[in-house]
Design a protein around this ligand. Structure first.
Ligand SMILES: O=C(O)CCC(=O)C(=O)O
Ligand SMILES: [Fe+2]
Length: 130
């Protein structure tokens, strides 16, 4: 049996893709040690969804996370309204999601962030933690 019969192509693509992002983060943040892929999640945010200021390692069981990456699968204003990403401090202060763009940041309280309430449409993301 071939690999592609036992594992659909999209599995293969997804793991290749997260692996590339892992390497990108290791280089960008000049990591001393190799990262591991902690969790990957396709998230659909509906109207009314929001998340206040937080860090992505803010629970005891999340402390193994060092970095976060969010790939936007949809575009602000075109596919949904509201839902801007904001950093508590540093630049850029605000990120307007655009399909295909990826943001990377640290999972600790050095990169506190929030997402404004979605007021219209669906906001689809691929979120990854390392
Ligand atoms: O979707 C985003 O822009 C960020 C999501 C987020 O902060 C999270 O899932 O922890
Ligand atoms: Fe977050």
């Amino acid at each position: 049996m071939s690999y592609f019969k036992s594992k659909p192509l999209h599995h293969f693509m997804a793991s290749m893709w997260t692996e590339r992002l892992k390497e990108k983060i290791e280089k960008t943040f000049e990591c001393e040690f190799e990262l591991f892929i902690e969790f990957t999640c396709l998230i659909s945010w509906c109207r009314g969804a929001r998340i206040g200021w937080h860090s992505d390692d803010n629970r005891l069981y999340l402390k193994q996370r060092d970095f976060s990456a969010v790939c936007y699968l949809i575009s602000y204003a075109k596919d949904f309204k509201g839902g801007l990403f904001r950093f508590h401090s540093g630049e850029p202060a605000t990120v307007a999601p655009s399909a295909g763009n990826v943001i990377m940041y640290t999972a600790d309280d050095g990169d506190i962030h929030s997402v404004d309430e979605i007021t219209d449409g669906k906001r689809l993301t691929l979120a990854m933690w390392f």
